[in-house]
Structure formats: structure tokens, C-alpha cells
Design a protein around this ligand. Structure first.
Ligand SMILES: CC(C)(COP(=O)(O)OP(=O)(O)OC[C@H]1O[C@@H](n2cnc3c(N)ncnc32)[C@H](O)[C@@H]1OP(=O)(O)O)[C@@H](O)C(=O)NCCC(=O)NCCS
Length: 189
């Protein structure tokens, strides 16, 4: 399913656009922080690893084959500050499955930005890429992330306990998902 959306994608308050090489400092500003990395698979990043990640993300803008990722920078429409990132990964071509992800700089938490950006990514996945199911997962202690998924209208499908080791410790993971027909029936569409 080759898929290349028209960028930028605008919502009421946000612009989602491909990464550029100039985004390294903005990404480092949040990915260097312990509080941001706490529930991510990655440790806090160095500036060098941010530069490598941004370099890869510049090209991660569409789907061609299974495993391809779309990473988009989140900017506020007023002021154009880059405040975080959203992602959609093509997990299965045959079953049209995708995985949603998001990170927002802590200075901008609590304004509904992750939910607004996540909703635009669900629209892109269901209406643009023709996905059948989009899921997202988080550490069970990550209440902010579970709140985003619930506000998006995703259903809690699973609560795994100790099904893998993350950073050397047993995990506890929540899975939320939405089906294409649930998206079409949701009040946001
Ligand atoms: C998870 C994360 C992205 C949530 O970011 P966020 O932008 O604060 O989340 P939301 O967009 O849902 O905003 C929710 C808050 O904004 C408030 N809000 C204000 N205006 C709002 C609006 N217009 N619409 C929705 N919520 C709004 C909500 O009431 C809610 O407040 P609460 O947390 O006190 O209940 C953020 O905590 C984060 O980046 N964490 C670190 C990285 C991470 O863990 N990512 C997820 C990995 S699974």
C-alpha cells in the first residue's frame, strides 16, 4: 500500500509536518529529559543520537512496505514552536494494521495537543492509508498516555503483566485500539 500524505497536515491549533535537519535542537530539548524517557523504550538521548534519529526521520514520511514509519513534527500554528512528534507505523500490510505513537515536550503538556495530533494521525491512517485497525500501547503507569488513547476513543484491549523486560525490569503494558468502523462511527469524524 504505497502511501504519501499531502503535507503539512493542519488541525485547529497544530501543524504536522515532516522533520527537517534543523529540528535536532528542538528534539533534543525533550528527548534528553528523564521525565520524557521514563515510560519510553529508549533512555534519554544524547544530542548525537538525536541528530541520527532526526536524520532518519527526514525520510520517514510515507509507507511503501511493512514496517515503514511516518514520523511528523508537531508545531503550534501560532508561533510555529516545535512541541513534539507523532508517529504511525505500518505493522501489517495484509491486515492493514498500524501503530500510533506520540511525545510532547513537558512545557506543552496539559493543553490537549497530543490528543489533537493523535486524532489527525488516526484520520490519516484510516482515511488516507486505508488502515483497518490502529493500536497504541503504553506502560500501565503512564496515565497521561492512557488518557490520550481514551480521549481519542480507543478501546482498552489488553493489560499485559510481565510479558517482556524493559530497561531490565518486568513491564506492565496497556494496549488500546480502534477499528476502521469505530473511527467512522466516532463523533470526531
Ligand atoms: C503522553 C503525553 C504525550 C500526553 O501529552 P498531553 O499533550 O499532555 O496530552 P493531551 O493532549 O491528552 O492533553 C491532556 C490534558 O490536557 C487538558 N486539555 C486542555 N485543553 C484540552 C483540549 N482542548 N483538548 C483535550 N484536552 C485538553 C486535558 O484536560 C488533560 O489534562 P489532565 O492531564 O490534567 O487530565 C505526554 O505526557 C508525553 O509526551 N509523555 C512523555 C512521552 C510518552 O510517554 N509518550 C507516550 C508513550 S506511550
Amino acid at each position: 500500500m504505497p502511501f504519501l500524505p499531502d503535507y503539512p497536515i493542519e488541525t485547529e491549533r497544530l501543524r504536522l509536518r515532516p522533520f527537517t535537519r534543523g529540528d535536532v535542537d528542538a528534539v533534543f530539548a525533550y528527548r534528553r529529559r528523564e521525565d520524557v524517557a521514563r515510560f519510553l523504550f529508549d533512555e534519554p538521548m544524547t544530542r548525537e543520537s538525536c541528530a541520527e534519529a532526526v536524520q532518519a526521520r527526514v525520510r520517514q514520511i510515507g509507507f511503501d512496505k511493512e514496517g515503514d514509519k511516518i514520523f511528523l513534527a508537531i508545531e503550534r500554528l501560532d508561533g510555529l514552536a516545535m512541541i513534539g512528534e507523532v508517529s504511525l507505523i505500518l505493522r501489517s500490510v495484509e491486515a492493514r494494521q498500524g501503530e500510533l505513537g506520540y511525545i510532547v515536550h513537558p512545557e506543552y503538556h496539559g493543553f490537549g495537543y497530543a490528543t489533537e495530533a493523535g486524532r489527525a494521525v488516526l484520520a490519516m491512517g484510516f482515511e488516507g492509508a486505508g488502515m483497518h485497525r490502529i493500536y497504541a500501547r503504553c506502560d500501565a503507569r503512564n496515565l497521561a498516555s492512557a488518557g490520550v488513547m481514551e480521549r481519542l476513543g480507543m478501546r482498552r484491549e489488553a493489560h499485559f503483566r510481565e510479558h517482556m523486560l524493559v530497561k531490565g525490569a518486568w513491564d506492565e503494558e496497556l494496549i488500546y485500539a480502534m477499528l476502521e468502523q469505530e473511527w467512522r462511527a466516532s463523533p470526531d469524524t
